[in-house]
Structure formats: structure tokens, C-alpha cells
Design a protein. Sequence first.
Length: 151
Amino acid sequence: MKRYAIGVAAAGCLMGTPVSAYDPPYVWVGQLTLSDMVNCGGGGSDTVTMVFRPKLQDGEDNSAFSYSFLYASGTARKSDSGVQFNGTGKYRSSFVTGFVTTRTATGTFELKVKPAVITPKTRFVTISGTLTNFVGLDGCNVRVRGAAVRR
């Protein structure tokens, strides 16, 4: 009986704990078209599935987007602590190939995300611009264009 009372008290404390306004994290899901790929090797596809996760407030992980090819996937995460993945800056990425190898790289981005400031109420985003060292390959530069809707 004593354990039951302690459990009920602990549950009551947890229910009174404030929850972040952005919990669970908001994501936007859509497609990303890749063009003007330079020094990226062969294979893959010019259209990939994209999951976009912008940083909506201080204290959250940095903005990121993930992309998935038929047999491989990658993630690009903004390096600096600015709020959203927009404008120019640096990113770090990891890419897992269809041959179960992982490549990591750092690169730069020049992206235009609309709307410029994303909030939890934003229904639709568009992304366009360039990424260097894409798919974890030094010198692989790509132009991207995509759209996503909030899930």
C-alpha cells in the first residue's frame, strides 16, 4: 500500500510539470528535388522524400532536415545556434548508403525557406538553394528545391 501511495504521489507531481509549448516536435514532410549535382557520383534519384524540422525556440536542437533515397538516407543539421535553417551558414551531415556505410561531412548552405520564420501554425514551407558536400562527399554540390506540409 505504501508503494502505491508513493506511485500516486509521483504521478501527481509529473502531471503538474509544465510541458514545452512545442512538444512533441513539429515536422514538415514533403519532397526535395535535386539538380545541378556536381562531383556527386552516380545513382540515387533526383527527387527525394524530405522531413524538415526547424528549430522553433531557444533550447531546442538545431534545425535539421532529413532526406531519403530509395536505398540510402541522410540528415543535414545546422551547425550554428541561430533559430532556423534559412539564409547562409554551415551544417554537418551524415549519410548512410545502401551498402551500409556511413559518411559524415561538414558543408555550407545557402537556402531560402518561405515563410522566413516558421511557427507551429505554419502549414506549408518551401525550400530552395544550394548545399555543399552533400551526401557526405567533399566537393559534391547540389541545388535543391522542395516543399513540405506540416504533419
